[in-house]
Design a protein around this ligand. Structure first.
Ligand code: SDX
Length: 430
């Protein structure tokens, strides 16, 4: 919806153009620059997309200054308190909370798509045991396109939906299989009598020789972490899924690309990097040194789990996870000295002008690793956990993109800084 316009004029060519301003339901309006190049010959330049909206979406809304996060209009705090991950996945995909019947049908369908093709187990055998689980997950998810030919036609709504359900259902199974392969344990099949998170923990930790006894708080804590990580607007990995999806690639390739993007330490890989950082700092009395090092541009060191492109206030997810840390560790009877280090680090950074001026606050990754560690999830699996949860958001955006009427292939332009035209010089004359 456009209710006014902005004028752009180029003093070099005296060309000008009136560009419509588009408003959404809430949040910043956008300048539709679609005809800018045609009318003026100019491109816009916005590396990192600091001020660029790449698409229309009705899925998630973030207000970085106010620290607001909503999935389909529902505040994350309310979903964290009242919902569960599978219901949130349904909400993200379908736009509304399910009725009891709709949820039961969805849960039954997901539950009955959790097994992975037996041939996929031989893929694992091709990896070194010490392969990073994100490397294995990325390869395994991309390979699903080789198995599920009945859900590759992206022009068929039912095939799109089936692919989305399969991905939500199978990513935990494959993730657990990657972990068990890395420690030399036999594979565990998904058990349909368990809920989504309990089933995953069983696939991760149950050994054939004895039944697994899980503390009740474990599955609940994991479910809450999955809700908090399920979606986050046009973050790097979701934007990657959309860009790959814009070429008409199949959903398994799109999600595999999202997994690859999430792996980076500036993005989902930060949760693993936070634990490494806290271990390197070691004790609370070393926190001051770490803060000083993070302020020194030449150190190449950043406080992992701090800062955010959008949140210039507390990341609401970090607030919830911080509170959860204390509750989960108390219920598990775990005292993790790294939590003391994390709290001291947060306290020191939030008092420091460097962090205050740059509005750097703890983000979703700062505390999540403390809980994963208490649940005995190994550090190298932390980003895999993020990927399991974010699969719900990735498939929701992929589904939305495939029903967006003006969706085009994503093909940005550039500011060229290379050589002007020049003639080839024979090697004898160089
Ligand atoms: C996620 O986009 C999403 O929504 C992502 C995510 C999701 O749910 O999908 O929320 C998940 O990826 C969370 C972010 C996880 N990453 C980290 O925790 C890594 C550490 N943080 C950063 O590297 C950084 O803060 C980013 C990548 C998160 C944001 O980077 P920006 O927005 O490009 O900001 P920037 O790098 O330009 O930093 C601005 C300034 C710079 O200083 P100046 O040049 O102004 O002097 O702040 C400094 C930076 O040097 N800075 C930090 C810092 N983060 C930014 N300094 C020290 N420690 C940090 N962590």
């Amino acid at each position: 919806m456009s209710n006014h316009s902005v004028q752009v004029s180029d003093s070099a060519t005296n060309k000008s153009v009136s560009l419509p301003v588009l408003s959404g339901t809430i949040g910043p309006a956008t300048i539709d620059i679609g005809k800018l190049h045609k009318e003026t010959g100019l491109f816009t330049y916005d590396p990192g997309f600091m001020s660029t909206a790449s698409c229309r979406s009705a899925i998630t809304y973030i207000d970085g200054d106010a620290g607001v996060l909503m999935y389909r209009g529902y505040p994350i705090e309310q979903l964290a308190k009242h919902s569960n991950f599978l219901e949130v996945a349904y909400l993200l995909m379908n736009g509304d909370l399910p009725s009891a019947q709709q949820f039961s049908t969805f849960e039954h369908e997901v539950t009955h798509h959790t097994m992975m093709h037996e041939a996929l187990k031989s893929f694992l055998g091709g990896f070194r045991h010490d392969a990073h689980p994100m490397a294995m997950l990325c390869g395994m998810i991309g390979s699903l396109a080789a198995f599920y030919h009945d859900s590759l036609d992206i022009d068929d709504a039912e095939q799109r939906r089936l692919a989305a359900v399969r991905l939500i259902a199978k990513v935990p199974t494959i993730a657990a299989a990657c972990y068990r392969y890395s420690i030399g344990w036999p594979n565990r099949y998904p058990r349909n009598n368990l809920d989504y998170c309990t089933r995953f923990l069983h696939m991760m930790f149950e050994v054939p020789s004895e039944p697994l006894v899980l503390p009740p708080v474990a599955a609940k804590a994991l479910d809450l972490l999955f809700i908090l990580h399920a979606d986050h607007e046009q973050n790097a990995s979701t934007s990657t899924v959309r860009l790959v999806g814009s070429t008409g690639a199949n959903p398994y390739a799109c999600v595999a690309a999202g997994i690859a993007a999430l792996w980076g330490p500036a993005h989902g890989g930060a949760n693993e990097a936070v634990l490494q950082m806290l271990n390197e700092i070691g004790t609370a009395d070393q926190v001051g040194k770490a803060v000083e090092k993070a302020k020194d541009k030449n150190s190449g060191f950043r406080l992992m789990g701090f800062g955010h492109r959008v949140y210039k206030n507390f990341d609401p997810r970090a607030t919830i996870i911080r509170e959860m840390c204390h509750q989960v560790l108390n219920e598990l009877g775990v005292h993790d000295p790294l939590l003391d280090v994390a709290m001291k680090l947060e306290e020191a950074a939030l008092k420091d002008p460097y962090f205050i001026e740059r509005k750097l606050y703890p983000n979703v990754d700062f505390y999540s690793g403390i809980i994963y560690k208490a649940l005995k999830i190994p550090t190298e699996m932390f980003t895999v956990m993020f990927a399991i949860a974010r699969t719900a958001g990735w498939v929701a955006h992929w589904l939305e993109q495939n029903v967006t009427p003006d969706a085009k292939i994503g093909r940005p332009r550039q500011l060229y800084t290379g050589s002007p035209a020049r003639d080839y010089v024979d090697i004898a004359k160089r």
